[in-house]
Write a protein that binds this ligand. Structure first.
Ligand SMILES: NC(=O)c1ccc[n+]([C@@H]2O[C@H](COP(=O)([O-])OP(=O)(O)OC[C@H]3O[C@@H](n4cnc5c(N)ncnc54)[C@H](O)[C@@H]3O)[C@@H](O)[C@H]2O)c1
Length: 348
């Protein structure tokens, strides 16, 4: 089905409201899910509703909760998100990061008892659109073993950075530190894909596989082997250890769900005001210069175009705003199943 962004947002917001989310929070979450679909990050758009529906119904995610300030030292703020909707805490952190970075030159917002943020680039991108460099880390349930290990200690531990530009699209790097997000494997299974690319995941016995059916979301591979693992460890340190959240095998949460079922995640957002180092216009021009140096590199054989992080999503967004968002049939069926249960009009 091809669906218009506005219609999808209203539909998802209606589902969330029917599940008990206040209207403003439902709209905020729906807007960020649709933004991921618009940007082509299909693993973190409407596909996530299944996860959120089951967590809200189980009482694991508290849709009315607001983040609470635990400590505020100006440039650093520590929040407790109360197991509320991750996007609500994420947007609260964005607002604080921009405000504090503007007044102090830099800001660190660490959040414990958060839940799933969705696609991290939505938050770093907003901080960059407001003129600041941003870096964001989020940890989560333990289902990824360390490099060379078989005992799970980590999540897919995503990392995003974004940098303001002048005339070029904002640079937004947004990745899981595993080879892919677990949701990409789940989405491939939901779509009924026969295969997944080599290097994404192993099967239940830890053997590399390209079969979507055999691939295990509990045996994802790290991106770049030990290098991705090292960055995943940094995410665990910043988002789990530093934020006072659960990490590794240590649980520090009011949630009854632990280990590989853990719902509570930590995240830490860093912001830096480039104007403390260079006049703003000068900085943005210099970033644009680097972007153009990268883009104008002579291309390797068979390569049509060199992309900057964030560019593919920027172009997909423009196309999907114009043409609509393609949603796979099984996903539409799933969403309409929720709608029927919740007495919400179907997505047509
Ligand atoms: N909240 C969570 O707990 C959680 C956990 C894991 C992942 N995620 C999200 O999953 C999403 C997908 O993660 P992923 O690891 O599968 O991402 P991915 O492998 O698709 O990489 C995406 C990044 O690579 C850039 N990119 C893509 N093609 C490029 C090219 N040819 N040249 C240069 N740059 C290019 C994109 O602009 C983007 O920044 C992210 O939004 C991430 O935040 C969230």
């Amino acid at each position: 089905m091809i669906v218009d962004a506005g219609r999808l947002r209203a539909f998802l917001a209606a589902l969330l409201t029917a599940l008990g989310a206040p209207a403003d929070k439902a709209d905020l979450v729906a807007g960020l899910l649709v933004e991921a679909d618009l940007r082509g990050v299909d693993s973190h758009g409407a596909h996530l509703m299944g996860l959120y529906v089951s967590r809200i119904r189980a009482g694991d995610l508290r849709p009315s909760a607001d983040p609470v300030v635990i400590a505020d030292d100006g440039a650093t703020v520590h929040l407790d998100a109360g197991l509320g909707l991750g996007q609500v805490a994420g947007m609260a952190a964005v607002g604080l990061a921009v405000e504090r970075s503007a007044s102090h030159g830099t800001a660190v917002i660490a959040v414990r008892e958060a839940t799933h943020l969705g696609a991290l680039g939505a938050y770093t991108g907003r901080v960059a659109e407001a003129g600041h460099i941003a870096v964001l880390f989020q940890n989560g349930p333990t289902f990824v073993p360390p490099f060379g290990g078989v005992t799970p200690v980590f999540s897919t531990n995503p990392l995003s950075y974004a940098v303001p530009t002048g005339e070029e699209p904002t640079i937004v790097y947004d990745v899981a530190t595993t080879a892919v997000a677990g949701n990409k494997v789940l989405l491939a299974k939901k779509r009924g894909d026969a295969t997944i690319p080599a290097g994404w995941a192993n099967d239940e016995l830890g053997r590399p596989t390209t079969s979507a059916e055999a691939a295990s979301v509990r045996h994802l591979q790290w991106f770049g082997g030990h290098k991705g693992f090292g960055l995943g460890l940094l995410v665990e340190l910043m988002a789990g250890v530093l934020a006072g959240s659960s990490f590794g095998h240590t649980e520090q949460t009011a949630s009854p769900r632990h280990g590989d079922e853990r719902v509570a995640k930590g995240f830490t957002l860093l912001a830096l005001d480039p104007a403390r180092f260079l006049p703003t216009d000068d900085f943005r021009r210099r970033v644009d210069t680097l972007v153009r140096d990268v883009r104008s590199s002579e291309r390797a054989e068979g390569v049509d175009r060199i992309w900057l992080p964030g560019e593919p999503e920027h172009e997909t967004r423009l196309a999907r705003l114009r043409d609509g968002i393609p949603l796979p049939g099984p996903l539409v069926d799933e969403l309409n199943g929720f709608a029927e249960d919740l007495a919400v009009g179907p997505l047509e």
